[in-house]
Ligand binder design. Sequence first.
Ligand code: PCA
Length: 204
Amino acid sequence: MERRILLTGFAPFGGARVNPSWEVARRFDGREFGGATVAAIRLPVVCRRASRIVAEAITALRPAAVIGLGQAGGRPALSIEKVAINLADERAARENAGGVRVRPVTAGAPDAYFARLPIDAIALALRRHGIPAEQSLSAGIYVCNTVMYTALHTLRRRPRVPCGFIHLPYTAAQAASHRAAASMTVELMAAGVETALGVIARKI
Ligand code: PCA
C-alpha cells in the first residue's frame, strides 16, 4: 500500500470567505515527502463531523504521519501546537454547530494527548527560513483541538506515527477586515508548512 501523509485543512468559518488552512493543505495534495504521498482533505467546521472524517481517514489510509492545519486569526506566527485536550466547546459557533454544546471529544478517553512532532526542530527550521513560528501550549477548545485530539487518540496504539497540528494566522487578504491583527501571505504559510513537512518526513 502506498505510504501516505494525511494533511487536513478546514472550510471557511465565522463568516470568512476562505480558510488559509485549506488553501495551504490543498497545494500539497499528491506531493511527496520522505517517500510518502500527501493526501489532503478538507474538513467541515463542526466538531463531531470533522472528528469522524479524520478518524475514518486514518483508519482507511494508515498514514505514516498526520498533520492538521487550522486558522487561529490574530496569532502572529505559525503556531505548532503541543497539547490537545478532551473538551469540545461549540457555543461560540452556533451557525456551524446548530446548537449549544460543551462535551468531551471522546467520552471516557484520556484528558489530553501531547503532540507527536519534533516541535523544537520544526520551529527552528521555520525561523531559519525567515518564517515567523512559535510553539503553542493549546490548540484551543474548538474544532482544531477536536481534530488534533481525535487524530492522536485514533493513533494511540501506533506511537511511532508523527501527529500534530499547526495553526495559521490571517491571510494578507483577510487583514483588510482585521486591520489591527497580524497576517501573512498564503505563500509564506505554505513555505512554512513545506518546511515542517520536510522535518517531519525525516521521522517516518
Ligand atoms: N480554526 C478553528 C476551527 C477551524 C479553523 O480553521 C479552530 O481553531 O478551532
